[in-house]
Design a protein. Sequence first.
Length: 112
Amino acid sequence: MDAKTLVDALEEAFSPRLSMPGRSAANMADFRAAVTDVAGGTANGGDVITFTLAADGKSMTVSAAGKGKETKTGLACVDADIAFALFDTYLGAKLPEVSPTMKAAVKKALLK
């Protein structure tokens, strides 16, 4: 898939979360730009995109790596709302999450 399709899917998943009372999509454009940049135009099966939230909660490192690709890293200015939307998309309790398998693996790792 191309990077635009990937980011569109993330934005679609984030939308109901960022529409909750008190939430905002103000930094979505910066997040979108960082993910699009590191994806390098395409995201293929087996590619790994890593999101690392800084301790201050104001920036996120976005890295992408794949078979035959050099790892590329970028920085996105985010806020608590974008971070919440990202983590809730994958690990959330209320709205449907993207990967129940990943959620179970994280839960298992945290309970060790």
